[in-house]
Design a protein around this ligand. Structure first.
Ligand code: ATP
Ligand code: LTN
Length: 336
């Protein structure tokens, strides 16, 4: 069975962009792939976090994975820092990655611009940690939103270079970026992606928002001076609202355009708000359903399963590089 790996950071709140661009696809792909879904708390600390809040958000994200429909019987859910191999492989890959390729990462450039002189080394190294996450599990497919495409390319480059220099060790992963929903835009600025770190909270609908907030955010959503409601890339605000509507209702673009043919923007926003509230209602009920005991049992099971696989890959990579230390190289070679 082929494997998928993906993750999300336990920072801030999960929003519709995260769901429609990534989590939603994890849920459907888990039936066809052996699946690993990680809570990437080591990525989270590349920016300053409040320790108590980070711990709470880590738990909350595990609950959200379950509530959106990730089935722990089918998929492995675990916390990144529980599997030390992620940090260990990162060091090895740091010795393969080049400064120049990390300097080209657009996410790093954007974040570095905001932080000026306080750019952490961890933030610079973020994509290498992500490559380690993926490569440890001999991943075939990585379902992510459009913003992670460049990181996936780097992951592939590092794997190819390592394999070339030290012998075949890592499977080369493919990105899985959905045709629809890979880049949900901010409701208040359709030129920017929907993001939890957005300064304007109205641009971003959180999965745990209450009905009033959802209604308010859609009501205020930026549109344009036109009147027709069509999927038209040259009118990004309306196209974005229609894309959200399409994904939440499962209707085709033609059905949606017909439905709104004689209606105005206010009606579109109202219907979209109602659809979103209804869609999120059962999800929000499920979030609170898991007990702490169930959650920690599940995360321990996930940790153990992840470790087993991660260990083999890490030891293989170390052996290939000649850094197995006292471990027996011959014994390892047999396991590769
Ligand atoms: P944010 O920009 O909100 O801080 P992030 O990328 O840091 O998001 P994560 O929680 O780590 O947040 O991302 C989880 C997944 O959500 C990733 O696969 C990412 O590509 C995807 N994603 C994030 N924002 C969007 C968006 N606006 N549209 C579609 N997918 C998105
Ligand atoms: N950088 C990703 C989160 C992430 C990830 C991964 C996604 C960390 N490691 C491995 C896929 C595979 C983000 O969306 N911010």
């Amino acid at each position: 069975m082929k494997r998928i790996f993906s993750g999300a950071q336990p920072t801030g709140n999960v929003h519709l962009g995260n769901y429609l661009g990534a989590l939603r696809n994890w849920v459907s792909l888990q039936h066809e792939y052996e699946s690993f879904f990680c809570i990437v708390n080591l990525h989270a600390i590349t920016t300053r976090q409040d320790p108590a809040l980070l711990a709470q958000k880590t738990k909350e994200l595990a609950q959200i994975y379950l509530a959106v429909g990730i089935d722990p019987e089918l998929s492995t859910i675990f916390i990144q820092s529980d599997v030390a191999e992620h940090a260990e492989l990162t060091w090895i890959l740091n010795c393969v990655a080049r400064m120049s390729e990390l300097e080209r990462m657009t996410q790093f450039k954007d974040k570095a611009k905001k932080q000026r002189e306080n750019v952490g080394v961890g933030m610079f190294d973020y994509p290498v940690l992500m490559a380690a996450d993926i490569l440890l599990y001999q991943t075939d497919l990585v379902p992510v939103g459009e913003d992670q495409k460049q990181h996936l390319e780097l992951t592939r480059d590092l794997a190819i270079r390592f394999n070339r220099d030290y012998g075949d060790t890592f499977r080369i992963p493919e990105p899985y970026i959905p045709k629809v929903g890979a880049r949900i835009m901010s409701l208040s600025d359709p030129a920017k992606k929907m993001s939890k770190s957005d300064d304007d909270p109205n641009g971003c609908v959180m999965l745990l928002d209450d009905a009033d907030s959802i209604q308010r955010k859609f009501k205020r959503a930026v549109t344009d001076s036109g009147t027709t409601i069509r999927f038209d890339e040259s009118r990004p605000a309306i196209a974005n609202l229609l894309t959200i509507f399409q994904l939440l209702t499962g209707k085709s673009p033609e059905q949606i355009e017909d439905h709104f043919a004689a209606k105005g923007y206010a009606q579109l926003k109202q219907e979209l708000a109602d659809v979103t509230v209804e869609f999120l209602k059962p999800f929000q009920e499920r979030v609170r359903a898991t007990t702490d005991e169930e959650l920690s049992r599940l995360l321990e099971k996930g940790r153990d399963k992840a470790r087993q696989i991660a260990r083999v890959t890490l030891e293989t990579a170390m052996a290939r590089m000649g850094i197995s230390g006292a471990r027996e190289l011959a014994g390892l070679a047999a396991r590769i």
